[in-house]
Write a protein of this length. Sequence first.
Length: 254
Amino acid sequence: MIMSDMSVNRTGVFKLWVLNFVANAGLVVAGYFWLLIPDARGWQVAGSLVLAVIVVSFGLWLRAGTFTWFRVARFRGERNIWPAYRRALSHVPALGFWALGFVLLARAIWEIRAYVPQFAVWLRQKIGGGPPPRNIMNDLNWLLALVVFFVMPAIWIPIAMTVSSVGVQPQHLVRSRRVWRRPLYWLWLALLVLVAVYVPYRLVWLVPELQTLRQQLWSMGARFLLAYLVDVTAFLAAVWMVGLYTGREDPLAL
């Protein structure tokens, strides 16, 4: 359990929550309109590329500033969140390269799913019995999903938070890896991910029996909004927890 270093400035947390709530929605809307941009002319392609760079850069800065505020103890005690974002701005390119490496590696591992059926049949033949190939294939797919969507992010985030705060400094990156050896880190992160996935899933697929189309639309809107609120809150709680655990392993005196 994290003790005294769990304290943060409540006003700062609220500001971060509002910023992430609004900015994440804005990024989704911008991404949707980006998909609608035609590409029949050269200037349209150029404009599409410029907009993509702007959206990705803003998204990285949003993450870098949030990571930095929770990663550095001095920032966690402040009401103002701007100093954390100002410091993180110069480290956005480094975070971008770290994120690109994560995406490429995750995609490479996820593409292994194409070979799962053949491997399931081969494994069944090798062991000469056991569960049918279909069951082996399902288990392997779940294992790949666990690795890509939980284990890899759990490994990636502590380093990403350090990169956002101080850039690529090997001494800090090495010390930040120590958090991986903490069982409570994995337990808390698993619980928060479970909340972020299960609760919105139940809300979205909950279909109450309503009489009119208007009632159904209002219900759907309210459920989607509540699911989004849960996801934003769970994300910030996870970042808070990761920042505290990583900060205990590698305090940053900035």
